[in-house]
Design a protein around this ligand. Structure first.
Ligand code: NAD
Length: 359
C-alpha cells in the first residue's frame, strides 16, 4: 500500500520527529525540508526514509545535533572545514555559504568538509551555486558500509561515493531555468533498490552485483544479508573501470584530502552515515569569461536539443531536468511506500512522538 501525503504535512511531522529527539526546532526544520525536497526531486532513496536512520544515529551519538563547522584551513581560496558530526543538511549548508563568501572575494574556492553526517542529495549544494551563476563540483566519500567493489575486485571496499557537477546554462536568471546538474552515486544502482528487490523476491539485472565469492550474480540478497560463509556480496560501480576510477577518486578526494579518512575496515552495524566532501566552486566571471561563457553554454545545450530523439525515446534530457520536472509534478503530494511509512512510525515511537505519521 502507498501513502499519499502533502509535502508540507510531511515536513511538519519530520520536523516534530527530530524535535522529539532533542533537536532544536530551527535545525529540525532545516533537515526536514531538505529531506522532503529530495522526495520532491524524485529521489526517495535520499528523502524522508532516511529520518529513522538519523534518529538511530543520534542515539548512537555519532550524529551530533547542534554541531557546527570549524575551520582548520582558512586563507585565500582555500577552506578546510570539519563538520564535527553535525547534520549534513546543516553543516553542508554552512560550509557552502562559507565557500560562497570566498568566491565573492577570490573568484573561486576549494573547500573540503570532513566528518559531516549524511549530506543527502549532493545536487542540492550544486543547485545553490548554480543559482548564483557559478560552477560547483563535488567529490564525496561515504563512511557507512563497504558495499561497492572496485572494477575486477572480488568484494566491497567503499561506499556509493557520489559525484556531482553543476554548471549554469545561459545568463543567470535565464527564463528557460535550465541548469546542468549531474548528480549520481558511482555504484551502478542504489543499495536501497536491491533491498526492495530482495523484499519482493525479484532478480536484479545483470552487471550490477557480485556474490560473496566475487562471482557475478543477479541475486539482490547478497548485499542485504550475510551469506552462507558469513560474508556479503557487493554492488559494482557503473561504467566498469571508468566508474570504478571515479569512485576511487571520490574516496581519495572526499576522504583523504578532507582529513575525514577513507573506509578501510570490515562492515559494522552502525546506523550513522558519515560523508567527506571536496567541493570546487568557480565564478566564470573570475575566469574572464563572463560575456562568452553564459551564451556559449546556452548555445551548446540548444544545439544538443536540436538532435532528433532516438526512436522510442523522449530524446535528449539535460541532467537536472528530471529533478525539476519531479518538483513540478510532486508539489501537491507524493506517495510514500508502506515499509518507509512503518519505519517512520516506529521511529516516532522511539522518541515518544506517537501522534506523528497518522494519516
Ligand atoms: P540517478 O541514477 O537517478 O542519476 C541522477 C542524475 O542523472 C541526475 O543528475 C539526473 O538529472 C540525471 N538523469 C536522470 N535521468 C536522466 C536522463 N534520462 N537523461 C539525462 N540525465 C538524466 O541518481 P543516483 O545515482 O541514484 O543518485 C541519487 C542521489 O543520491 C543523488 O542526489 C546523490 O547525490 C545521492 N547520493 C548521496 C550519497 C551520500 O552519501 N550523501 C550517496 C550516494 C548517492
Amino acid at each position: 500500500m502507498m501513502h499519499t501525503i502533502h509535502p508540507k504535512q510531511l515536513e511538519t511531522d519530520i520536523t516534530q520527529l527530530f524535535v522529539h529527539a532533542g533537536v532544536s526546532s530551527v535545525e529540525a526544520q532545516t533537515v526536514a525540508s531538505n529531506l522532503v525536497l529530495s522526495n520532491l526531486s524524485g529521489h526517495d532513496s535520499h528523502g524522508v526514509g532516511m529520518a529513522p536512520r538519523y534518529i538511530d544515529a543520534i542515539f548512537e551519538q555519532k550524529l551530533i545535533p547542534g554541531a557546527r563547522v570549524t575551520a582548520h584551513i582558512d586563507h585565500g581560496s582555500l577552506l578546510g572545514l570539519n563538520g564535527n558530526g553535525g547534520f549534513g543538511q546543516v553543516v553542508g549548508l554552512e560550509a557552502m555559504e562559507k565557500a560562497f563568501d570566498r568566491v565573492k572575494t577570490e573568484g573561486a574556492c576549494i573547500m573540503s568538509l570532513s566528518n559531516a553526517h549524511h549530506l543527502g542529495r549532493i545536487g542540492h549544494f550544486a543547485e545553490m551555486a548554480v543559482e548564483r551563476g557559478w560552477i560547483s563540483i563535488h567529490f564525496v566519500n561515504v563512511l557507512s558500509r563497504p558495499v561497492v567493489a572496485a572494477y575486477q575486485a572480488g568484494d566491497g571496499r567503499f561506499g556509493t561515493n557520489p559525484c556531482c557537477i553543476g554548471i549554469p546554462i545561459g545568463l543567470p536568471g535565464n527564463p528557460k531555468n535550465e541548469a546542468f546538474i549531474l548528480d549520481f552515486a558511482t555504484s551502478g544502482v542504489a543499495q536501497g533498490k536491491m533491498r526492495v528487490a530482495h523484499n519482493l523476491g525479484k532478480e536484479a539485472r545483470e552487471g550490477l552485483l557480485i556474490d560473496e565469492y566475487g562471482k557475478p550474480t543477479t541475486n539482490p540478497s547478497v548485499v542485504v544479508k550475510a551469506q552462507s560463509n558469513g560474508k556479503y556480496g557487493a554492488l559494482l560501480t557503473f561504467g566498469e573501470h571508468k566508474g570504478s576510477g571515479l569512485a576511487i577518486a571520490c574516496e581519495l578526494l572526499g576522504g583523504a584530502l578532507s582529513g575525514g579518512g577513507t573506509w578501510r575496515k570490515e562492515a559494522n552495524n552502525a546506523r550513522a552515515v558519515m560523508n567527506g566532501m571536496l567541493t570546487i566552486v568557480i565564478d566564470p566571471k573570475a575566469m574572464g569569461q563572463e560575456s562568452f561563457f553564459y551564451p556559449e553554454t546556452q548555445a551548446f545545450i540548444d544545439w544538443l536539443h536540436e538532435s532528433p530523439p532516438s526512436p522510442g525515446t523522449p530524446g535528449m534530457i539535460l541532467a537536472g531536468e528530471p529533478e525539476r520536472q519531479a518538483r513540478m509534478s510532486r508539489q501537491e503530494g507524493f506517495e510514500i511506500d508502506e515499509a518507509t511509512w512503518n519505519e517512520l512510525k516506529a521511529s516516532a515511537l522511539k522518541v515518544n512522538a506517537q501522534g506523528l505519521f497518522n494519516l
